[in-house]
Design a protein around this ligand. Sequence first.
Ligand SMILES: [Zn+2]
Length: 243
Amino acid sequence: MPKGRGGRCIHCLQWKPVVTRDHVFPASWYPESTSADIPRWTVPACKRCNERYGELERDLFLRLAACLDTEDPEFGNLAKRALRSLDPKAGRNQKDTRARQRRQERFIRDLIPATGVPTEAVFPGFGPEKIPPPGGHQGILVSPEELQIFALKLVRGIAYHFDRLYLNFSEIVFDVIPVEEPIPELHSKLDRWGRRESNGPGINVTWAVAHEDSRGRMHFFEIWRKWRFYAFTRIAPDKLPDR
Ligand SMILES: [Zn+2]
């Protein structure tokens, strides 16, 4: 997609004189061990949508990557990167320093002592480590709405990247289920009918179009071998987008 060309945004579905290249999986989420020849999928998005999702992805990255083990040889750098983004001393200029300061204040405000948090409120895969760190565990609040919006964005990106489909989410049924481990019954279907794409060690996705009804799609995402979720979509009857 050459720079500066017009097109249709896959998120707001509007035609724009200029569209940007939006990364399906945010570029900064790939761990450093990702080989250079792994494709970083991009899809057309208007500037406004690209910026809006960029902001959401920065916030989610901060909260989730900060929960990774900084000593992990594979994903530890992501945790360090997240924590660095909170450090005003790493600011490149005055504006950047202030932005980091604000991020840090918000992050600290949303920290909670992990003791006493009910198990059902812990995000699957992100529970406390077996050996508590000095000073005890801390939890960080993550908005379920943000996770839902992000999952929706991934599903739209994949539908466009592989099938050139524009999904109109005001007309489809959508559900996201975070899990600690893959669910065998669902995985046997994905293994049989699905297509698996690995974007390096940190990002994997498998999805399948329902065998019995082509309007249904099931996706399984695995990010940093820790964050796993299913996303189900069902396009409303008579609203199947044109290919
Ligand atoms: Zn848009």
